[in-house]
Design a protein around this ligand. Structure first.
Ligand code: G6P
Length: 610
Protein backbone atom coordinates (compact mmCIF):
# COMPACT_ATOMS: atom_id res chain seq x y z
CA UNK A 1 0.00 0.00 0.00
CA UNK A 2 1.38 3.36 -1.05
CA UNK A 3 -0.09 6.84 -1.27
CA UNK A 4 -0.31 8.87 -4.46
CA UNK A 5 -1.34 12.45 -5.05
CA UNK A 6 -1.43 14.61 -8.15
CA UNK A 7 -2.41 18.22 -8.83
CA UNK A 8 -3.33 20.28 -11.86
CA UNK A 9 -4.66 23.83 -11.55
CA UNK A 10 -3.68 27.43 -11.17
CA UNK A 11 -2.04 27.24 -7.79
CA UNK A 12 1.50 26.18 -7.03
CA UNK A 13 1.43 22.38 -6.94
CA UNK A 14 4.31 21.76 -4.51
CA UNK A 15 2.70 22.81 -1.20
CA UNK A 16 -0.51 20.98 -2.11
CA UNK A 17 1.36 17.80 -3.03
CA UNK A 18 3.55 17.94 0.05
CA UNK A 19 0.59 18.42 2.36
CA UNK A 20 -1.23 15.60 0.56
CA UNK A 21 1.72 13.26 1.06
CA UNK A 22 1.78 14.02 4.76
CA UNK A 23 -1.89 13.10 4.97
CA UNK A 24 -1.24 9.85 3.12
CA UNK A 25 1.85 8.91 5.09
CA UNK A 26 -0.09 6.38 7.16
CA UNK A 27 -0.43 4.31 3.95
CA UNK A 28 3.31 3.82 3.70
CA UNK A 29 6.42 5.67 4.71
CA UNK A 30 9.66 4.14 3.53
CA UNK A 31 10.42 6.56 0.70
CA UNK A 32 8.86 9.51 -1.04
CA UNK A 33 9.16 11.54 -4.21
CA UNK A 34 7.70 14.26 -6.36
CA UNK A 35 7.66 15.30 -10.03
CA UNK A 36 6.83 18.90 -10.92
CA UNK A 37 6.27 20.18 -14.42
CA UNK A 38 8.18 23.43 -14.44
CA UNK A 39 7.00 26.25 -16.63
CA UNK A 40 10.50 27.52 -16.96
CA UNK A 41 12.16 25.29 -19.58
CA UNK A 42 9.18 22.93 -19.80
CA UNK A 43 10.92 20.08 -18.05
CA UNK A 44 10.02 17.71 -15.24
CA UNK A 45 11.86 18.19 -11.98
CA UNK A 46 11.91 14.81 -10.24
CA UNK A 47 13.14 14.53 -6.66
CA UNK A 48 12.90 11.35 -4.62
CA UNK A 49 14.47 9.83 -1.58
CA UNK A 50 14.49 7.00 0.86
CA UNK A 51 12.85 7.89 4.15
CA UNK A 52 9.79 9.73 5.29
CA UNK A 53 8.10 12.77 3.75
CA UNK A 54 10.18 14.98 6.02
CA UNK A 55 13.32 13.70 4.25
CA UNK A 56 11.84 14.75 0.92
CA UNK A 57 10.90 18.13 2.34
CA UNK A 58 14.48 18.68 3.49
CA UNK A 59 15.80 17.67 0.10
CA UNK A 60 13.49 20.15 -1.62
CA UNK A 61 14.74 23.09 0.42
CA UNK A 62 16.49 25.63 -1.75
CA UNK A 63 15.29 23.99 -4.98
CA UNK A 64 13.00 25.47 -7.57
CA UNK A 65 9.57 24.16 -6.56
CA UNK A 66 7.55 26.14 -9.09
CA UNK A 67 4.91 24.55 -11.28
CA UNK A 68 1.15 24.11 -11.35
CA UNK A 69 1.16 20.46 -12.41
CA UNK A 70 2.76 17.64 -10.47
CA UNK A 71 2.53 14.18 -8.96
CA UNK A 72 3.90 12.74 -5.73
CA UNK A 73 4.17 9.47 -3.86
CA UNK A 74 4.78 7.99 -0.43
CA UNK A 75 5.94 4.43 -0.71
CA UNK A 76 5.48 1.19 1.13
CA UNK A 77 7.82 -1.04 -0.81
CA UNK A 78 6.62 -4.16 -2.57
CA UNK A 79 9.12 -4.73 -5.38
CA UNK A 80 12.64 -3.60 -4.60
CA UNK A 81 14.16 -2.24 -1.42
CA UNK A 82 13.24 1.21 -0.14
CA UNK A 83 16.02 3.31 -1.62
CA UNK A 84 16.31 6.45 -3.73
CA UNK A 85 16.23 4.63 -7.06
CA UNK A 86 13.12 2.63 -6.21
CA UNK A 87 11.23 5.62 -4.84
CA UNK A 88 8.51 7.02 -7.13
CA UNK A 89 7.94 8.87 -9.44
CA UNK A 90 9.45 6.70 -12.15
CA UNK A 91 10.29 8.21 -15.51
CA UNK A 92 10.72 6.89 -19.04
CA UNK A 93 14.04 6.95 -20.91
CA UNK A 94 13.59 10.58 -21.93
CA UNK A 95 12.80 11.69 -18.38
CA UNK A 96 9.78 13.56 -19.74
CA UNK A 97 7.02 11.12 -18.69
CA UNK A 98 6.55 10.41 -14.98
CA UNK A 99 4.33 7.91 -13.14
CA UNK A 100 3.36 7.32 -9.54
CA UNK A 101 1.70 4.02 -8.69
CA UNK A 102 -0.03 2.28 -5.81
CA UNK A 103 -0.57 -1.46 -6.27
CA UNK A 104 1.25 -4.42 -7.77
CA UNK A 105 1.77 -5.09 -11.47
CA UNK A 106 1.54 -8.87 -11.79
CA UNK A 107 3.11 -9.28 -15.22
CA UNK A 108 5.88 -6.74 -14.66
CA UNK A 109 8.68 -9.23 -15.25
CA UNK A 110 7.43 -10.21 -18.70
CA UNK A 111 6.78 -6.56 -19.62
CA UNK A 112 10.21 -5.53 -18.41
CA UNK A 113 11.85 -8.24 -20.50
CA UNK A 114 9.97 -7.09 -23.57
CA UNK A 115 10.77 -3.41 -23.00
CA UNK A 116 14.43 -4.14 -22.32
CA UNK A 117 14.67 -6.19 -25.49
CA UNK A 118 13.46 -3.07 -27.29
CA UNK A 119 16.17 -0.98 -25.69
CA UNK A 120 14.54 0.47 -22.57
CA UNK A 121 17.03 1.01 -19.76
CA UNK A 122 15.67 0.47 -16.27
CA UNK A 123 17.00 2.36 -13.29
CA UNK A 124 15.08 0.63 -10.49
CA UNK A 125 13.90 -2.80 -9.31
CA UNK A 126 10.26 -1.74 -9.18
CA UNK A 127 7.28 -3.08 -11.04
CA UNK A 128 6.16 0.53 -11.51
CA UNK A 129 9.02 1.57 -13.75
CA UNK A 130 7.60 -0.81 -16.35
CA UNK A 131 4.60 1.51 -16.64
CA UNK A 132 6.75 4.55 -17.44
CA UNK A 133 8.58 2.76 -20.27
CA UNK A 134 5.41 1.08 -21.49
CA UNK A 135 3.47 4.33 -21.78
CA UNK A 136 6.45 6.00 -23.47
CA UNK A 137 6.47 3.18 -26.02
CA UNK A 138 3.02 4.33 -27.18
CA UNK A 139 3.55 8.06 -26.74
CA UNK A 140 3.05 10.15 -29.85
CA UNK A 141 2.04 13.46 -28.31
CA UNK A 142 -1.14 12.23 -26.59
CA UNK A 143 -0.64 11.23 -22.96
CA UNK A 144 -4.21 10.05 -22.47
CA UNK A 145 -3.99 7.67 -25.42
CA UNK A 146 -0.62 6.20 -24.52
CA UNK A 147 -1.77 5.43 -20.97
CA UNK A 148 -4.94 3.86 -22.28
CA UNK A 149 -3.02 1.73 -24.80
CA UNK A 150 -0.33 0.76 -22.33
CA UNK A 151 -2.84 -0.35 -19.70
CA UNK A 152 -4.27 -2.88 -22.15
CA UNK A 153 -1.13 -4.91 -21.55
CA UNK A 154 -1.00 -4.59 -17.79
CA UNK A 155 -2.26 -7.23 -15.37
CA UNK A 156 -2.50 -6.41 -11.69
CA UNK A 157 -3.64 -3.76 -9.28
CA UNK A 158 -2.97 -0.09 -9.80
CA UNK A 159 -3.91 3.42 -8.92
CA UNK A 160 -1.71 5.67 -11.05
CA UNK A 161 -1.15 9.32 -11.92
CA UNK A 162 0.87 10.24 -14.99
CA UNK A 163 2.23 13.51 -16.42
CA UNK A 164 4.33 14.46 -19.43
CA UNK A 165 6.62 17.46 -19.78
CA UNK A 166 5.24 18.17 -23.27
CA UNK A 167 1.66 18.40 -22.00
CA UNK A 168 1.48 21.05 -19.28
CA UNK A 169 -2.32 20.95 -19.26
CA UNK A 170 -2.87 17.21 -18.72
CA UNK A 171 -2.94 14.97 -15.67
CA UNK A 172 -3.97 11.36 -16.35
CA UNK A 173 -5.11 8.96 -13.64
CA UNK A 174 -6.34 5.38 -13.78
CA UNK A 175 -7.33 2.67 -11.36
CA UNK A 176 -7.83 -1.04 -11.15
CA UNK A 177 -8.07 -2.67 -7.75
CA UNK A 178 -6.33 0.16 -5.88
CA UNK A 179 -8.30 3.15 -4.64
CA UNK A 180 -8.23 6.48 -6.45
CA UNK A 181 -10.31 9.59 -5.87
CA UNK A 182 -10.50 12.82 -7.84
CA UNK A 183 -11.08 16.09 -6.01
CA UNK A 184 -12.91 18.60 -8.19
CA UNK A 185 -12.13 22.28 -7.50
CA UNK A 186 -12.51 25.54 -9.43
CA UNK A 187 -10.24 25.09 -12.45
CA UNK A 188 -8.23 22.51 -10.56
CA UNK A 189 -8.15 18.79 -9.79
CA UNK A 190 -6.42 16.77 -7.11
CA UNK A 191 -6.11 13.05 -7.53
CA UNK A 192 -5.24 10.95 -4.49
CA UNK A 193 -5.34 7.45 -3.00
CA UNK A 194 -7.90 8.63 -0.50
CA UNK A 195 -9.84 11.72 0.42
CA UNK A 196 -7.51 12.74 3.25
CA UNK A 197 -5.27 14.52 0.72
CA UNK A 198 -8.26 16.24 -0.87
CA UNK A 199 -10.72 17.45 1.74
CA UNK A 200 -8.74 20.48 2.79
CA UNK A 201 -9.19 21.79 -0.73
CA UNK A 202 -12.65 20.59 -1.70
CA UNK A 203 -15.41 18.29 -0.45
CA UNK A 204 -16.39 17.52 -4.09
CA UNK A 205 -15.05 14.22 -5.30
CA UNK A 206 -15.42 11.64 -8.02
CA UNK A 207 -14.71 8.00 -7.24
CA UNK A 208 -13.09 6.14 -10.10
CA UNK A 209 -14.16 2.54 -10.65
CA UNK A 210 -11.89 -0.36 -11.51
CA UNK A 211 -10.56 -0.23 -15.08
CA UNK A 212 -11.51 3.42 -15.33
CA UNK A 213 -9.32 6.40 -16.15
CA UNK A 214 -9.61 10.16 -16.03
CA UNK A 215 -7.95 12.88 -18.07
CA UNK A 216 -7.89 16.18 -16.22
CA UNK A 217 -7.27 19.57 -17.84
CA UNK A 218 -7.67 22.89 -16.12
CA UNK A 219 -10.91 23.52 -18.00
CA UNK A 220 -12.49 20.11 -17.52
CA UNK A 221 -12.30 16.41 -16.98
CA UNK A 222 -13.02 13.38 -19.11
CA UNK A 223 -13.49 9.85 -17.82
CA UNK A 224 -13.57 6.57 -19.73
CA UNK A 225 -12.95 2.90 -19.20
CA UNK A 226 -9.44 1.82 -20.03
CA UNK A 227 -10.97 0.32 -23.17
CA UNK A 228 -11.79 3.93 -24.16
CA UNK A 229 -15.55 3.75 -23.61
CA UNK A 230 -16.62 7.16 -22.15
CA UNK A 231 -18.20 7.06 -18.69
CA UNK A 232 -20.37 9.58 -16.87
CA UNK A 233 -19.45 10.38 -13.28
CA UNK A 234 -21.45 12.02 -10.51
CA UNK A 235 -19.70 14.45 -8.18
CA UNK A 236 -20.15 13.37 -4.57
CA UNK A 237 -19.52 15.04 -1.22
CA UNK A 238 -17.06 13.72 1.34
CA UNK A 239 -18.34 14.08 4.85
CA UNK A 240 -15.65 12.28 6.80
CA UNK A 241 -13.05 13.86 9.03
CA UNK A 242 -9.36 13.31 8.32
CA UNK A 243 -9.04 10.72 11.04
CA UNK A 244 -12.06 8.82 9.78
CA UNK A 245 -10.58 8.71 6.30
CA UNK A 246 -7.25 7.31 7.44
CA UNK A 247 -9.12 4.57 9.20
CA UNK A 248 -11.49 4.26 6.24
CA UNK A 249 -14.27 5.29 8.60
CA UNK A 250 -13.59 2.49 11.09
CA UNK A 251 -13.14 3.52 14.71
CA UNK A 252 -9.81 1.70 14.99
CA UNK A 253 -6.97 0.63 12.72
CA UNK A 254 -7.29 -2.86 14.14
CA UNK A 255 -10.88 -3.18 12.92
CA UNK A 256 -9.92 -1.72 9.56
CA UNK A 257 -7.11 -4.23 9.27
CA UNK A 258 -9.39 -7.13 10.22
CA UNK A 259 -11.98 -6.05 7.68
CA UNK A 260 -9.47 -5.56 4.87
CA UNK A 261 -8.22 -9.15 5.07
CA UNK A 262 -10.06 -10.30 1.93
CA UNK A 263 -7.95 -7.74 0.03
CA UNK A 264 -4.72 -8.23 1.97
CA UNK A 265 -4.65 -12.01 1.53
CA UNK A 266 -5.43 -11.49 -2.16
CA UNK A 267 -2.49 -9.07 -2.38
CA UNK A 268 -0.25 -11.69 -0.80
CA UNK A 269 -1.16 -14.19 -3.52
CA UNK A 270 -1.25 -11.72 -6.37
CA UNK A 271 0.77 -12.86 -9.37
CA UNK A 272 2.16 -15.84 -7.48
CA UNK A 273 -0.31 -18.65 -8.20
CA UNK A 274 -0.13 -20.51 -11.49
CA UNK A 275 -2.83 -23.18 -11.65
CA UNK A 276 -1.95 -24.24 -15.23
CA UNK A 277 1.64 -25.02 -14.32
CA UNK A 278 0.60 -26.31 -10.86
CA UNK A 279 3.25 -23.97 -9.48
CA UNK A 280 3.70 -20.95 -7.23
CA UNK A 281 6.03 -18.20 -8.37
CA UNK A 282 8.02 -16.88 -5.45
CA UNK A 283 10.65 -14.61 -6.97
CA UNK A 284 12.46 -14.16 -3.65
CA UNK A 285 13.36 -17.84 -3.31
CA UNK A 286 13.43 -19.07 -6.91
CA UNK A 287 17.21 -18.64 -7.17
CA UNK A 288 17.81 -21.02 -4.28
CA UNK A 289 15.09 -23.50 -5.20
CA UNK A 290 17.60 -26.31 -5.64
CA UNK A 291 19.19 -25.77 -2.25
CA UNK A 292 15.75 -25.71 -0.66
CA UNK A 293 14.72 -28.86 -2.44
CA UNK A 294 17.53 -30.73 -0.77
CA UNK A 295 16.93 -29.29 2.69
CA UNK A 296 16.87 -31.93 5.40
CA UNK A 297 15.31 -29.91 8.18
CA UNK A 298 13.41 -26.66 8.58
CA UNK A 299 13.37 -24.55 11.73
CA UNK A 300 10.73 -21.86 11.87
CA UNK A 301 11.52 -19.14 14.35
CA UNK A 302 9.61 -16.00 15.36
CA UNK A 303 7.94 -14.14 18.25
CA UNK A 304 4.35 -13.49 19.24
CA UNK A 305 1.75 -13.81 16.54
CA UNK A 306 4.39 -14.64 13.94
CA UNK A 307 5.41 -17.61 16.11
CA UNK A 308 1.81 -18.86 16.00
CA UNK A 309 1.97 -18.64 12.22
CA UNK A 310 5.14 -20.73 12.48
CA UNK A 311 3.26 -23.43 14.41
CA UNK A 312 0.80 -23.70 11.53
CA UNK A 313 3.80 -23.68 9.20
CA UNK A 314 5.13 -26.82 10.89
CA UNK A 315 2.03 -28.74 9.82
CA UNK A 316 2.23 -27.26 6.33
CA UNK A 317 5.91 -27.98 5.74
CA UNK A 318 5.63 -31.50 7.06
CA UNK A 319 2.29 -32.16 5.34
CA UNK A 320 2.89 -30.60 1.94
CA UNK A 321 6.68 -30.78 1.61
CA UNK A 322 7.46 -33.76 3.86
CA UNK A 323 10.40 -31.96 5.47
CA UNK A 324 11.02 -32.50 9.19
CA UNK A 325 10.14 -29.14 10.74
CA UNK A 326 10.49 -27.58 14.16
CA UNK A 327 9.25 -24.29 15.52
CA UNK A 328 11.05 -22.34 18.16
CA UNK A 329 10.65 -19.00 19.90
CA UNK A 330 13.40 -16.79 18.52
CA UNK A 331 14.30 -15.69 22.05
CA UNK A 332 14.97 -19.31 23.03
CA UNK A 333 16.62 -20.36 19.82
CA UNK A 334 19.24 -17.63 19.95
CA UNK A 335 20.62 -18.77 23.31
CA UNK A 336 20.18 -22.52 23.01
CA UNK A 337 23.29 -23.12 20.94
CA UNK A 338 21.14 -24.93 18.39
CA UNK A 339 22.53 -27.79 16.34
CA UNK A 340 22.56 -26.72 12.74
CA UNK A 341 24.06 -28.39 9.73
CA UNK A 342 24.26 -27.69 6.03
CA UNK A 343 20.88 -29.16 5.31
CA UNK A 344 19.12 -26.90 7.84
CA UNK A 345 16.96 -24.06 6.61
CA UNK A 346 15.98 -21.49 9.21
CA UNK A 347 12.87 -19.48 8.35
CA UNK A 348 12.37 -16.22 10.28
CA UNK A 349 8.81 -14.96 10.32
CA UNK A 350 8.32 -11.31 11.23
CA UNK A 351 5.81 -8.65 10.27
CA UNK A 352 8.16 -5.78 11.02
CA UNK A 353 11.42 -7.48 10.07
CA UNK A 354 12.99 -5.67 13.04
CA UNK A 355 12.13 -7.78 16.09
CA UNK A 356 15.36 -8.02 18.09
CA UNK A 357 15.02 -11.67 19.11
CA UNK A 358 14.09 -12.85 15.63
CA UNK A 359 16.95 -10.89 14.12
CA UNK A 360 19.42 -12.34 16.62
CA UNK A 361 18.11 -15.88 15.96
CA UNK A 362 18.62 -15.34 12.24
CA UNK A 363 22.18 -14.09 12.73
CA UNK A 364 22.98 -17.05 14.98
CA UNK A 365 21.55 -19.48 12.41
CA UNK A 366 23.59 -17.95 9.60
CA UNK A 367 26.73 -17.95 11.66
CA UNK A 368 26.29 -21.69 12.15
CA UNK A 369 25.90 -22.25 8.44
CA UNK A 370 22.13 -22.43 8.00
CA UNK A 371 20.41 -21.05 4.97
CA UNK A 372 18.23 -18.27 6.37
CA UNK A 373 14.91 -17.29 4.81
CA UNK A 374 12.68 -14.40 5.82
CA UNK A 375 8.90 -14.21 5.71
CA UNK A 376 8.56 -10.50 6.29
CA UNK A 377 6.11 -7.69 5.60
CA UNK A 378 8.32 -4.60 5.72
CA UNK A 379 10.40 -4.53 2.56
CA UNK A 380 14.00 -3.55 3.16
CA UNK A 381 13.76 -4.16 6.93
CA UNK A 382 16.81 -5.59 8.68
CA UNK A 383 15.64 -9.21 8.61
CA UNK A 384 14.66 -8.86 4.95
CA UNK A 385 18.10 -7.47 4.13
CA UNK A 386 20.17 -9.92 6.11
CA UNK A 387 18.45 -13.20 5.22
CA UNK A 388 19.73 -15.17 2.24
CA UNK A 389 16.35 -15.07 0.53
CA UNK A 390 12.69 -14.72 1.39
CA UNK A 391 9.07 -14.11 0.60
CA UNK A 392 7.36 -10.82 1.36
CA UNK A 393 3.82 -10.65 2.71
CA UNK A 394 2.76 -7.64 0.61
CA UNK A 395 -0.20 -7.04 2.93
CA UNK A 396 0.35 -3.29 3.39
CA UNK A 397 1.35 -1.44 6.56
CA UNK A 398 -0.13 -2.84 9.74
CA UNK A 399 -0.70 -0.03 12.20
CA UNK A 400 -2.78 -1.59 14.99
CA UNK A 401 -0.37 -3.02 17.56
CA UNK A 402 -2.19 -6.35 17.69
CA UNK A 403 -1.23 -8.19 14.53
CA UNK A 404 -4.18 -9.35 12.42
CA UNK A 405 -3.82 -9.08 8.66
CA UNK A 406 -0.10 -9.89 8.85
CA UNK A 407 -1.00 -13.20 10.51
CA UNK A 408 -3.39 -14.31 7.76
CA UNK A 409 -0.84 -13.25 5.12
CA UNK A 410 1.89 -15.17 6.95
CA UNK A 411 -0.35 -18.25 6.74
CA UNK A 412 -0.87 -17.71 3.02
CA UNK A 413 2.89 -17.33 2.44
CA UNK A 414 3.58 -20.46 4.49
CA UNK A 415 1.10 -22.45 2.38
CA UNK A 416 2.68 -21.11 -0.82
CA UNK A 417 6.23 -21.78 0.39
CA UNK A 418 5.38 -25.30 1.57
CA UNK A 419 3.82 -25.92 -1.82
CA UNK A 420 6.82 -24.47 -3.62
CA UNK A 421 8.99 -27.00 -1.81
CA UNK A 422 6.42 -29.76 -2.04
CA UNK A 423 6.26 -29.53 -5.82
CA UNK A 424 10.02 -30.03 -5.98
CA UNK A 425 9.91 -33.02 -3.68
CA UNK A 426 6.83 -35.18 -3.95
CA UNK A 427 3.64 -33.16 -4.39
CA UNK A 428 1.73 -34.22 -7.52
CA UNK A 429 0.53 -31.50 -9.93
CA UNK A 430 -3.09 -32.40 -9.27
CA UNK A 431 -2.65 -31.96 -5.51
CA UNK A 432 -0.92 -28.63 -6.08
CA UNK A 433 -3.77 -27.49 -8.31
CA UNK A 434 -6.26 -28.34 -5.59
CA UNK A 435 -4.29 -26.21 -3.12
CA UNK A 436 -4.09 -23.32 -5.57
CA UNK A 437 -7.83 -23.58 -6.11
CA UNK A 438 -8.30 -23.56 -2.36
CA UNK A 439 -6.12 -20.48 -1.98
CA UNK A 440 -7.93 -18.63 -4.71
CA UNK A 441 -11.21 -19.08 -2.85
CA UNK A 442 -9.80 -17.80 0.45
CA UNK A 443 -10.37 -14.04 -0.07
CA UNK A 444 -14.10 -14.51 -0.72
CA UNK A 445 -14.40 -17.00 2.14
CA UNK A 446 -12.77 -14.50 4.51
CA UNK A 447 -15.27 -11.92 3.29
CA UNK A 448 -18.06 -14.32 4.17
CA UNK A 449 -16.66 -14.92 7.67
CA UNK A 450 -16.59 -11.16 8.29
CA UNK A 451 -20.38 -11.34 8.02
CA UNK A 452 -20.31 -12.85 11.54
CA UNK A 453 -19.34 -9.48 12.97
CA UNK A 454 -22.72 -8.65 14.52
CA UNK A 455 -23.16 -12.08 16.05
CA UNK A 456 -19.66 -11.86 17.51
CA UNK A 457 -20.43 -8.46 18.98
CA UNK A 458 -23.35 -10.04 20.85
CA UNK A 459 -21.17 -12.87 22.13
CA UNK A 460 -18.59 -10.31 23.26
CA UNK A 461 -21.28 -8.35 25.12
CA UNK A 462 -22.44 -11.50 26.91
CA UNK A 463 -18.96 -12.40 28.23
CA UNK A 464 -17.05 -9.13 28.38
CA UNK A 465 -16.85 -9.18 32.17
CA UNK A 466 -15.54 -12.72 32.48
CA UNK A 467 -12.01 -12.59 33.93
CA UNK A 468 -10.69 -15.84 32.41
CA UNK A 469 -11.09 -17.46 29.01
CA UNK A 470 -9.91 -20.70 27.47
CA UNK A 471 -9.28 -21.30 23.77
CA UNK A 472 -9.02 -24.88 22.59
CA UNK A 473 -8.15 -26.47 19.28
CA UNK A 474 -6.32 -29.48 17.88
CA UNK A 475 -3.95 -30.03 14.98
CA UNK A 476 -3.91 -27.09 12.62
CA UNK A 477 -6.23 -25.27 14.99
CA UNK A 478 -4.12 -25.50 18.11
CA UNK A 479 -2.01 -22.49 17.00
CA UNK A 480 -5.26 -20.66 16.24
CA UNK A 481 -6.36 -21.24 19.83
CA UNK A 482 -3.08 -19.69 20.99
CA UNK A 483 -3.55 -16.74 18.67
CA UNK A 484 -7.17 -16.19 19.76
CA UNK A 485 -6.09 -16.13 23.40
CA UNK A 486 -3.18 -13.80 22.66
CA UNK A 487 -5.45 -11.34 20.84
CA UNK A 488 -7.79 -11.18 23.83
CA UNK A 489 -4.94 -10.74 26.32
CA UNK A 490 -3.19 -8.08 24.27
CA UNK A 491 -6.04 -5.69 23.74
CA UNK A 492 -8.66 -6.34 26.42
CA UNK A 493 -6.30 -7.19 29.32
CA UNK A 494 -8.39 -10.24 30.13
CA UNK A 495 -6.59 -13.41 31.07
CA UNK A 496 -6.87 -16.05 28.38
CA UNK A 497 -5.10 -19.31 27.70
CA UNK A 498 -4.82 -21.29 24.50
CA UNK A 499 -4.32 -25.05 24.68
CA UNK A 500 -4.41 -28.18 22.58
CA UNK A 501 -7.96 -29.32 23.35
CA UNK A 502 -6.86 -32.72 24.65
CA UNK A 503 -4.54 -31.17 27.22
CA UNK A 504 -7.45 -29.60 29.01
CA UNK A 505 -8.15 -32.74 30.99
CA UNK A 506 -4.59 -32.70 32.35
CA UNK A 507 -5.09 -29.69 34.55
CA UNK A 508 -6.96 -26.69 33.12
CA UNK A 509 -10.27 -28.54 33.41
CA UNK A 510 -10.09 -27.72 37.12
CA UNK A 511 -10.63 -24.08 36.21
CA UNK A 512 -13.95 -24.60 34.48
CA UNK A 513 -16.92 -22.92 36.10
CA UNK A 514 -20.04 -21.22 34.86
CA UNK A 515 -18.09 -17.99 34.56
CA UNK A 516 -15.60 -19.49 32.13
CA UNK A 517 -16.10 -18.91 28.40
CA UNK A 518 -14.39 -21.68 26.44
CA UNK A 519 -13.81 -21.02 22.76
CA UNK A 520 -13.51 -24.21 20.72
CA UNK A 521 -12.19 -24.50 17.18
CA UNK A 522 -14.38 -27.37 16.15
CA UNK A 523 -14.36 -27.58 12.37
CA UNK A 524 -15.14 -30.86 10.69
CA UNK A 525 -11.88 -32.67 10.08
CA UNK A 526 -9.66 -35.45 11.32
CA UNK A 527 -10.08 -34.75 15.01
CA UNK A 528 -13.63 -33.45 14.96
CA UNK A 529 -15.15 -36.23 17.06
CA UNK A 530 -12.44 -35.83 19.65
CA UNK A 531 -13.02 -32.10 19.91
CA UNK A 532 -16.71 -32.80 20.46
CA UNK A 533 -15.86 -35.04 23.41
CA UNK A 534 -13.72 -32.25 24.88
CA UNK A 535 -16.65 -29.93 24.43
CA UNK A 536 -18.90 -32.34 26.25
CA UNK A 537 -16.46 -32.35 29.16
CA UNK A 538 -16.59 -28.56 29.39
CA UNK A 539 -20.34 -28.41 29.06
CA UNK A 540 -20.94 -30.97 31.75
CA UNK A 541 -18.95 -28.76 34.14
CA UNK A 542 -21.04 -25.71 33.33
CA UNK A 543 -18.50 -23.94 31.06
CA UNK A 544 -19.87 -21.57 28.44
CA UNK A 545 -19.01 -23.04 25.06
CA UNK A 546 -18.46 -20.78 22.07
CA UNK A 547 -17.67 -22.86 18.99
CA UNK A 548 -16.24 -22.00 15.63
CA UNK A 549 -17.69 -24.75 13.44
CA UNK A 550 -18.26 -25.85 9.88
CA UNK A 551 -21.29 -24.46 8.07
CA UNK A 552 -24.12 -26.98 8.12
CA UNK A 553 -23.00 -28.67 11.33
CA UNK A 554 -26.22 -28.69 13.34
CA UNK A 555 -25.05 -31.42 15.73
CA UNK A 556 -22.77 -28.92 17.40
CA UNK A 557 -25.65 -26.76 18.56
CA UNK A 558 -26.43 -29.40 21.16
CA UNK A 559 -23.09 -28.74 22.86
CA UNK A 560 -22.27 -25.12 22.19
CA UNK A 561 -24.14 -22.09 23.45
CA UNK A 562 -22.93 -19.98 20.53
CA UNK A 563 -21.85 -21.28 17.14
CA UNK A 564 -19.87 -19.17 14.71
CA UNK A 565 -20.08 -20.88 11.33
CA UNK A 566 -17.23 -20.77 8.84
CA UNK A 567 -17.04 -22.40 5.38
CA UNK A 568 -16.07 -26.03 4.96
CA UNK A 569 -12.45 -25.99 3.77
CA UNK A 570 -9.58 -28.49 3.90
CA UNK A 571 -7.65 -28.41 7.17
CA UNK A 572 -4.61 -26.43 5.93
CA UNK A 573 -6.93 -23.50 5.17
CA UNK A 574 -8.92 -23.62 8.39
CA UNK A 575 -6.56 -21.41 10.45
CA UNK A 576 -6.98 -18.50 8.01
CA UNK A 577 -10.75 -18.55 8.30
CA UNK A 578 -10.93 -19.51 11.98
CA UNK A 579 -8.73 -16.74 13.26
CA UNK A 580 -10.95 -14.01 11.81
CA UNK A 581 -13.88 -14.51 14.24
CA UNK A 582 -11.37 -14.70 17.11
CA UNK A 583 -9.81 -11.39 16.06
CA UNK A 584 -13.28 -9.84 15.99
CA UNK A 585 -14.19 -11.36 19.34
CA UNK A 586 -11.08 -9.91 21.00
CA UNK A 587 -11.72 -6.57 19.32
CA UNK A 588 -15.31 -6.28 20.53
CA UNK A 589 -14.49 -7.39 24.08
CA UNK A 590 -11.75 -4.75 24.20
CA UNK A 591 -14.03 -2.01 22.86
CA UNK A 592 -16.78 -2.92 25.31
CA UNK A 593 -14.26 -2.80 28.15
CA UNK A 594 -13.15 0.65 27.04
CA UNK A 595 -9.57 -0.35 26.15
CA UNK A 596 -7.20 1.50 23.82
CA UNK A 597 -7.47 -1.04 21.02
CA UNK A 598 -4.81 0.31 18.67
CA UNK A 599 -2.27 1.10 21.36
CA UNK A 600 -2.68 -1.39 24.18
CA UNK A 601 -0.87 -0.65 27.41
CA UNK A 602 2.72 -1.87 27.76
CA UNK A 603 2.91 -3.19 24.18
CA UNK A 604 4.90 -2.01 21.18
CA UNK A 605 4.27 -2.76 17.55
CA UNK A 606 7.83 -3.74 16.98
CA UNK A 607 10.01 -4.93 19.86
CA UNK A 608 13.51 -3.92 18.86
CA UNK A 609 15.06 -4.51 22.26
CA UNK A 610 15.60 -7.70 24.16
C1 G6P B 1 5.31 -7.66 19.26
C2 G6P B 1 3.90 -7.35 18.77
C3 G6P B 1 3.22 -8.64 18.28
C4 G6P B 1 4.08 -9.31 17.23
C5 G6P B 1 5.50 -9.57 17.75
C6 G6P B 1 6.42 -10.03 16.64
O1 G6P B 1 5.24 -8.38 20.44
O2 G6P B 1 3.11 -6.78 19.80
O3 G6P B 1 1.95 -8.33 17.71
O4 G6P B 1 3.48 -10.51 16.84
O5 G6P B 1 6.06 -8.39 18.27
O6 G6P B 1 6.57 -9.00 15.73
P1 G6P B 1 7.10 -9.17 14.27
O7 G6P B 1 7.16 -7.79 13.71
O8 G6P B 1 8.45 -9.82 14.37
O9 G6P B 1 6.14 -10.04 13.55
Amino acid sequence: MCGIVGYIGKKQAYPILLEGLKRLEYRGYDSAGIALRQDDGGRLAVVKTKGRISALETLMQGRDTSGTLGIAHTRWATHGAPNDANAHPHVDGSGRLAVVHNGIIENWAALRQLLESEGARFRSDTDTEVLAHLFARYYDGDLERCVQQGLQEVRGAYGIAVIHADEPDVLVAARNGSPLILGVGEGEYIVASDASAIIEHTPNVIYLEDREMATMRRDGLRTATIDAVPTHKEIQQVEWTLEQIEKKGYPHFMLKEIIEQPESVADTMRGRLDADAAEVHLGGISDIAKQLTHARRVILTACGTAWHAGLVGEFLFEGLARIPTEVEYASEFRYRNPIIDEGTVVVCISQSGETADTLAAMREARLKGALALGIVNVVGSTIARETDAGVYLHCGPEIGVASTKAFTSQLVVLIMTAMFLGRRRHLAPQEAREIIKGLQSVPEQVRGVLGLNEQIQQVAAAYKDCPNWLYLGRGYNYPVALEGALKLKEISYVHAEGLPAAEMKHGPIALITEEMPVVFLANRGLQYEKVLSNMEEVRSRGGQVIAVATEGDTEIRRLAKHVLYVPDVPEPFQPILNVVPLQLLAYHVAVLRGCAVDKPRNLAKSVTVE
